[in-house]
Design a protein around this ligand. Structure first.
Ligand code: 8X3
Length: 249
């Protein structure tokens, strides 16, 4: 089974790995992002099955223009992968910046909802699929997760709600909730701090972007009568710790 897939955030990490895998598997891929140079390079690598759409997902008008401006043979989108998103910092709530919180909400929620809304008529027409990249942070609170985790919980619940709203229309919706994954995502989260990045991943044998690409590919190629509602994935090295208790003495 092949088709046309639009993947947001293909300039690095999960998105780039997905673009490579889907093109290699015979799909047409629309890859989006803000960094034109990176998309251009990916386009050179992947050839004519890849179409770069450069825009900022936080800009509604730019998103609309980019979608309407897609070449005709990339317009019939069967699968939307909402992959673009970010975490800014792991500080405790009193030590975070409100501007960082708003950037995460604008990107992870407002941007995602906007592109989903714009593509919905096409996805309904084509009995398509939406795959939302959430996080284990949606399901399990941890210190420093605060707004990032909140955005990912929104995403998981939005996915399930969309399934209900699209009942009977043949559109499939999935929330994927990955845990510790080695990608540029964490370098963004640490503000480019390579030492923290290395300390986090050292010996952890974390999830790789290709693992998530394989998962999305598996979901996208399930028979049309099956819907994967949600899928939580961790590396074997990651598990839960106990409750924290603030004692009075
Ligand atoms: C981020 C994964 O493990 O840092 O979505 O919460 S984790």
């Amino acid at each position: 089974m092949t088709g046309t897939i639009l993947i947001t955030g293909t300039t690095s990490g999960f998105g780039q790995a997905m673009a490579r895998l889907f093109v290699a598997s015979g799909w047409k891929v629309v890859g989006t992002g803000r960094r034109a140079d990176r998309l251009e390079k990916l386009g050179e690598e992947l050839g004519s099955a890849f179409c770069a759409a450069v825009f900022d997902i936080m800009d509604e008008a730019a998103t609309r223009d980019a979608l309407t401006g897609l070449p005709e043979h990339f317009q019939d989108i069967d699968v939307l992968v909402n992959n673009a998103g970010l975490a800014l910092g792991t500080a405790s709530a009193p030590d975070t910046k409100l501007s960082d919180w708003k950037t995460m909400i604008d990107t992870n929620i407002t941007g995602l909802v906007t592109i989903t809304d714009l593509l919905l008529p096409k996805l309904i027409e084509r009995r398509g699929m939406i795959v939302n990249i959430s996080s284990i942070a949606a399901n399990w609170p941890y210190p420093g997760g605060n707004v990032y985790a909140g955005t990912k919980a929104f995403l998981r619940q939005f996915s399930l709600g969309m399934r209900s709203d699209l009942h009977g229309k043949g559109v499939r919706v999935t929330s994927i909730e990955p845990g510790l994954c080695e990608s540029e995502f964490t370098l963004v989260r640490t503000g480019g701090d390579r030492q923290s990045y290395d300390a986090l991943y050292g010996g952890a044998n974390a999830i790789q972007p290709e693992d998530i690409a394989n998962t999305v590919y598996w979901i996208a190629t399930q028979p049309a009568h099956l819907n994967i509602n949600s899928l939580e994935i961790m590396p074997v090295s990651q598990s839960w710790a106990g409750w924290q208790i603030a004692r009075e003495s």
